[in-house]
Design a protein. Structure first.
Length: 248
């Protein structure tokens, strides 16, 4: 007589197969998720701003560089100036020291290049100051030697500082950013203008200390700079004093 076999064995096999299939699927799901963490870059890429910051700065222009001292020589009445990116105020200061000329007024700071002279003091000064914003008047003494250089603004406005004023020394201090910078590569042709020199009968301006216009100008201007009208009146007064008297 045949007996029915128990059905528990096939059920056990089916459960094992189900567990194995679930484990394989779970392993397949976990395996792809663990790979991206190993492929991340260690350092971020270099940005373009970092590369641009390494660019070297632009070189300084001649007007931004320190001024070089000009060479000024005065021998046997002949003045010579050699400048290479030099300060105009420093040149005027050296001319005053070498020749003994008194400088009244001032000029705006500029850079000068080239060789001026050798020549007369009036010729070299006219070449140096040509094209600046200042008028030039050179006064002579009885021996026809220059004694005073008067500088006034050409278009009005405040008078620039005198090259010999206290504290105005470009040898020890840097130039102000607001200072005018105008480089002149070559000196203009030397020419001795007649209107910039005093007539032959003129005397030094110190000979008329009591002149009313001079006293008024000194009181109104703390820098002691004469206006063109005051200079003209002073010249007329000096000419009248030296005119020969008519015999009676």
């Amino acid at each position: 007589m045949l007996r029915n076999l128990p059905t528990r064995f096939p059920i056990t096999l089916s459960l094992c197969a189900a567990f194995c299939a679930g484990g394989m699927m779970q392993a397949q799901i976990r395996t792809p998720g663990s790979k991206p963490s190993a492929t991340l870059p260690a350092n971020p890429p270099t940005s373009s701003s970092t590369v641009a910051s390494a660019t070297p700065p632009a070189p300084l222009t001649p007007s931004q560089q320190p001024a070089r001292r000009a060479e000024v020589k005065y021998t046997d009445g002949q003045l010579a100036v050699t400048a290479d990116n030099s300060s105009l105020n420093q040149i005027l200061r050296e001319i005053g020291r070498e020749t003994g000329i008194k400088i009244t007024g001032g000029v705006a700071e500029e850079r000068v290049y080239g060789t001026y002279g050798p020549g007369s003091t009036a010729t070299v000064l006219a070449a140096l100051l040509d094209g600046t914003e200042s008028n030039m008047l050179l006064l002579e003494n009885d021996k026809k030697s220059p004694e005073e250089l008067v500088l006034t603004p050409r278009h009005g406005g405040p008078t620039p500082p005198n090259p010999n004023a206290p504290g105005f020394d470009d040898d020890n201090s840097a130039e102000s950013p607001a200072t005018t910078q105008r480089s002149r590569l070559n000196p203009p042709p030397s020419q001795e203008p007649g209107e910039q020199r005093e007539p032959s009968a003129a005397t030094p301006p110190t000979s008329v200390p009591g002149d009313p216009s001079t006293a008024a100008g000194g009181a109104s201007d703390p820098n002691g700079v004469k206006t063109p009208q005051q200079i003209y009146e002073q010249l007329q007064q000096m000419q009248k004093q030296h005119q020969p008297q008519t015999p009676q």
